[in-house]
Ligand binder design. Sequence first.
Ligand code: PAF
Length: 284
Amino acid sequence: MSIETLVRPSDLRQHIYEWRRRGLRIALVPTMGNLHAGHATLVNHARKHADRVVVSIFVNPLQFGPNEDFAAYPRTPIEDRTLLQQYQADLLFAPEVVDMYPAGMKHHTIINVPEVADILCGAFRPGHFAGVATVVAKLFNIVLPDVAVFGEKDFQQLHIIKRMAIDLCLPLEVIGIPTVREADGLAMSSRNRYLDAQQRKIAPKIFAVLSSVQEQLQKGSRDYQQLELIAAEQLIQTGFKPDYVSIRDANSLQVPDDRSIELVILTAARLGRSRLIDNVRVNL
Ligand code: PAF
């Protein structure tokens, strides 16, 4: 038996309506597919918070820049459906682009979360987080979940979605789940598929470098700029081209000040044709 899959938002709404009528709590796990153990963890957590778990798979063109990997993004629908069955998700929502953007994307309403969407990854991927916020808001409005679950690997994305939910008074809880890592520390990601064997060996260095900054901060170092520079240099020496390494206040994503008590060290770095992102938290 395969997981029940709905493509049209109207069909999904009908299903959700029936569940709601029966008083069931609903969780949503939004994904772009090519599922891996990280997604399994999200579904498991979602189940703890709800009676029914909906997983969406939609490679959202609105969040990809013109020179990004929208066409090449790994799409594995058959494997994904088998995995969702194993993860015991209840329903797959897998719309086509035309279902999500029936009038096209050019003149679509865009949700922009100010201050936090244009920094860090947003500075290197203009419009990316507006595309994410817009599609996630649409998914929320179609599925009407009580809770939505996202990975902390995309720390800035999670922050932006939480802000959007608060700003727009969306009646749901947004939950972040700690990053799931391979045995050597590499954060699980669909884009790890782009790494060749040599790059795969180098890739865990990103977590090692972030962990060493974490250690320096825990030991009392507060020269953030110097720590960022050293970390970027270490990544370059290993073969990465870092877009940034940045130490931020984990609650605001702004540069830390005297009142900051929770920090996050974030990076995005290119390795061959992959752009890897990762982050590590520090409590001061
Ligand atoms: O993190 C992702 O997979 C995507 O950005 C999301 C949240 C599913 C929106 O397209």
